[in-house]
Structure formats: C-alpha cells, structure tokens
Design a protein around this ligand. Sequence first.
Ligand code: SAH
Length: 353
Amino acid sequence: MATRYDISRDELTELLAGTPRYRVDQVWNGLYDRLGEPAGWTDLPIAMRESLATQLPTALQPVAESVSDRGDTVKFLWELDGGSRIEKVLMLYRDRATVCISSQAGCAMACGFCATGQSGFTRHLTVGEIVEQVVRATERARQAERRVSNIVFMGMGEPMANEPTVWASVERMHGDLGISARHITISTVGIVPGIRTLATRPLPVNLAVSLHAANDELRDELVPINRRYPLSTLMDACAGYLQAKGRRLSFEWALIDGVNDRDRDARLLVERSRSLPLPAHVNLIPLNPTPGYAVRGSSPRRVRDFRDLLREGGVNATIRRTRGTDIDAACGQLRATHEAVSASAVVELHPRG
Ligand code: SAH
C-alpha cells in the first residue's frame, strides 16, 4: 500500500473521487503545509480525517530520538515497513535548520571507514519514506521555531544508486514542501551513471562527491566502487554536471591520519579540483571513529594545515564542524542497529518487547 507521502496528487484525486474538488487541495495542504496528523486538519470533516488516517498510513514508525548535549542536534531512529531501520539528523542553527536524510536502509558501497557501509545493504527507500523524513523533521524544527532551509542526502545509503526515486523526492521537496532545489545537496560516492542522469534533470540541486582520495590506487582501497568508476571517468561526469548546471560542485574529504592527509594528497587534490571547468570546493572533516575501522582521524592541527595547503593551491576549502558526535549522529556513524545508538542519550518512544 502506498504510504502518506508516496501518493501523488493525481492518486489523491482518485482516492477522493466523489468528494468536491477543493477537498484535494485541502488534503494536499494538510500533507505539505499544516503537517502533523489528519486529525488536526480542521478544515476537513471529521469522518474524512478519520478515513484519511487509515487510507494514508505513515511510513516511518518512531523508535528512538536522541539530542546532543548542546541541544542543537537531534537524531531520529525510524522503523520502516519490513522492519529495517534508518536514521536522520536534524541540525538546528540560529534561525534555520538543516536535515540530513537517508536514501537507503543500509548501503552496498562498502566504504570501510563508514559505519553504514560496514553494516551492508538492506533496501532502497521509497519516495514516501524519503519525503516523510523531511516532513517529520520540519514538524520538529517548528517546535524549536526554526524553518528547515537545507536538505542534505548524507544519511544512510547511496542516493545515486536509486536516482529516479531520489529525484522524485527532490521534486516533492522543491515543489510541495517549498525547499528550494538550490538548498538541496545530493552526496554521492561517485556512481557515474547516476551523476550523468542527474545532470539532465531540470532543477539545480547541488552535487557533493565523496572523493577522499585523488589517485586511483588509494581510492580503490578507501572507496571500492572506484574500481568500477575510476577517477578519470568520475571527473568527466563531474565536469559534465558543472557544464549542465553551472553550479559549484564540492568534494567531501574525510581526513584520515597518515592515509590521505599528507602534503602530496593535498597537491593531488588541488590538481583534481582545478581540472574541472569551475574548481570544486573542498569540505574537510576529520574522520569520525567507527567500530569497524581502526585508523584515526587527523589531528585538528593537521586538518588546518591541509586546508591551508589547498588554499595556497587556489582551492576553496572549509572545515566542517562535526555535529552530534556524542550521540553518534556524525557522518558515517549512522547505522541500522539500534544497539549502536549510545544508550544514555536515547529516549525510547515505543519500547519493543
Ligand atoms: N553515500 C553517499 C552519502 C552518505 S555519507 C556518499 O558517499 O556521499 C555522507 C558523507 O559522510 C560522505 O562524504 C561519506 O564519505 C562521509 N563519511 C562516511 N563515513 C565517515 C566517517 N567515519 N567520518 C567522516 N566522514 C564519513
């Protein structure tokens, strides 16, 4: 059965056949503006609200929610139909909020340093499962008097392994939830066919490529899909994306002590970045520790020096703040097993027997 946010406007019109046309607008408005449960959509008759609640079931069952010490990062754990679990992170800033969402339960890309990669792939998410993550985060952000302004596909999963579904969810966010495509970022490990398809799509979403290594030998090791789509092919697809969209592209680089944080790594990265029609912006982040990967993240000092080397080479680089490390909400720490969620910070919403 289609869940609440899987249904298209045409399907809703069919579902409501026999009721006046304006009811479709009211329900759509309830789904994408008012949010919350149909019971609260008070412009609709009570009987209709009740039947909508059963006809359009929610896709995400809350399992747990944890808040970081500072209260600015909230991690949600959800259960999907079939029992898989996904996570999503809401980051609150002074006057807005960013949501980091998942596109798959698990991930098949098997990057050794990433907790999701370590736990394997379960399945793709549906449009409704992706969109509902944003809706639930928006409700939560409203409670904190923030507006969700930015979406990043940097939770669990590889969005470009499921491009058509991810794209349909982007259209829903842009067209119905009012989040500008310019504020939506799709992060990919470098699935070339996905990037090429994305380049043909009409809306100007941002593309982030998780590079982590600028030569094939090292990248084959860190990001195994590189063996299928090596750097020359990947760079070519990135150039095509830039040409099609005219928007800046970014490279994600998790700094790993002694592995990809050496001076020559910085030099190679500068070369790769500048080989594009518009130099890529580099986002640096020290590697977050995960249970299955013994190597450490670079020291704060090395992270700064690496950034300076990039800047001296004419490449813009930013050091990303790691958010919510205390609640395992940081990059690469999202994983499907509830057991991995640090127990102290978790509020059980629906204890399971
Ligand atoms: N599959 C997509 C999106 C999910 S991960 C992708 O690969 O881009 C989002 C980002 O977190 C990616 O850049 C990923 O490489 C990075 N990441 C994964 N594990 C990490 C870790 N342990 N420390 C720091 N960054 C990590």
